[in-house]
Design a protein around this ligand. Sequence first.
Ligand code: GAR
Length: 206
Amino acid sequence: MKSLVILISGRGSNMQALLKAKLHVDSIAVISNNPHATGLEIAEKQGVKTAIVDHRAYSDRDAFETALVEIIDSYQPKLIVLAGFMRILSSRFVQHYQGRIMNIHPSLLPAFPGLDTHTRALQEGIKIHGCTVHFVTSQLDHGPIIIQAAVPVLPNDSEKTLATRVLQQEHRIYPQAVRWFMEDRLKLSYNYVEVDETSFNQTVLY
Ligand code: GAR
């Protein structure tokens, strides 16, 4: 079974890019910790199964994650993708899905983990910015890098224009990474990910 679970918290544009990519999977389910996530509505309109596990309904992170694991496992996913899922996950959770959980982050990791990546990039005056898809480890926005896309930072960029340029690339590289995984083309050794495909680069330039 090649089933895919997508975890979201909000807008869901990366989720949409994944749905649009027509991946060769048997089933897709979208789960949100936020009942008001606009991505949920978009998924439902496309006939995709959705579920809500509202973190605010649980006494602590352990209880929330126990409920989340239960519902994720009910779909028996080959891969779990975090697509703007804004909850910090415990090492117990991450270990449960070790090697089959991915995240997308709006910076060229290991630069700018955490929040407000575009504002921080502008403040630092960097000239090249981008996004990263990586396997998830218990360290936030850290883990073996699968693919990165780079974009220029232009002289008149605002946080918004830069975010838009990066997001376009996010929508390009996340489906690619998921496709590779689903086709068993990713080889992970220690902190290094290799792709068994010569025609596509793990470095994408704008
Ligand atoms: C994306 O830019 C994603 O890279 C970022 O949240 C946004 C979600 O947008 N994720 C992180 O910052 C994770 N550390 P989306 O809901 O439209 O996909």
